[in-house]
Write a protein that binds this ligand. Structure first.
Ligand code: 8Y7
Length: 278
């Protein structure tokens, strides 16, 4: 596997895994309640994320939690573009990512300086593929069954690992055919997106299989409801569960961890790295 990602002129080395810190600029983000909504506050949070050791900051302006309502593109833009501009200016060496599925927001975010587009809809929204193909940013293709508002109602698979694997393989092929080179593509099985607890557990157990697709593997397990379901803990008490899952994912080959708690995740990563290089 290639061990680097081409992000709009910057190479993100992945010979060792790295951390993507989450920066929500939504009033309803379930994990931090929209505490970082102003540009100043978002920049302050970005500083903390970078100081804690993240290589990537993922900025999101639309909540994609199960049951969330869609946000109009104009509103999403208004939330994220000023934050992106500010953070890209202050941290030109950090890879700034935009979490969006909307082509209009992708375009503005790319103009504002993002180097990675994190799309939970894997560029299936009309126009999204073209936006990425005519840019040089990297893209994360995530699997999701259904759409955020309804996806947790009754998710069903014959074989969740096979189906997610084939979906991601097909989306990689669509990207390649559109002219997006393989060294710009990341994949993600999409934990919690149209998946029961059992589906999520099977995906983690078989995570290694996704390495066959030959592109870097991103996982988002941080504070997710599967941890709540196993431990019966609210979202603000899921750090131990998050680190446990992060450790498993790293051991099975995850390249990028999308997390809320950067510092403890970096510590887990250092431990795994030490064992790996023994
Ligand atoms: C994921 C994600 C969310 C994930 C990728 C949350 C935006 C829910 N989860 N993007 N986004 N992977 N690539 O719990 O798992 O943070 S939102």
């Amino acid at each position: 596997m290639s061990n680097a990602l081409q992000c709009a002129g910057k190479t993100l080395g992945l010979s060792r895994p790295c951390v993507m810190g989450i920066l929500n600029v939504t009033p309803d983000s379930f994990s931090d309640g929209g505490h970082f909504f102003s540009v100043d506050a978002a920049a302050e949070q970005a500083r903390n994320i970078i100081a804690a050791g993240a290589a990537i900051i993922d900025i999101g302006g639309e909540s994609t939690r199960p049951g969330a309502q869609a946000v109009p593109a104009a509103e999403e833009r208004k939330r994220v573009v000023p934050v992106i501009k500010r953070i890209c200016k202050e941290f030109p060496e950090t890879v700034i990512s935009i979490d969006t599925s909307k082509p209009e927001v992708m375009t503005d975010a790319i103009d504002a300086g993002v180097r990675l587009v994190n799309d939970i809809n894997a560029l299936r929204s009309p126009g999204a593929l073209d936006v990425i193909a005519s840019s040089n940013v990297a893209v994360c293709l995530m699997h999701m069954q259904g759409e955020p508002r309804t996806m947790q109602k009754n998710p069903q698979y014959q074989n969740v690992v096979d189906e997610v694997w084939h979906f991601l393989q097909q989306r990689i092929m669509v990207c390649l055919a559109a002219g997006i080179s393989r060294d710009r593509i990341v994949i993600d099985p999409g934990f919690g997106f149209g998946k029961t607890l059992q589906h999520n557990l099977l995906l983690i157990k078989n995570l290694k299989k996704f390495k066959e697709l030959g592109v870097p593997l991103l996982v988002g397990l941080s504070r997710k409801s599967m941890i709540g379901a196993i431990l019966n803990k609210p979202v603000n008490e899921r750090l131990t569960g998050s680190i446990s899952l992060a450790t498993l994912a790293l051991w099975m080959g995850a390249d990028i961890l999308r997390v809320h708690d950067v510092e403890p995740t970096i510590e887990a990563l250092k431990i795994i790295n030490a064992v790996h290089s023994a």
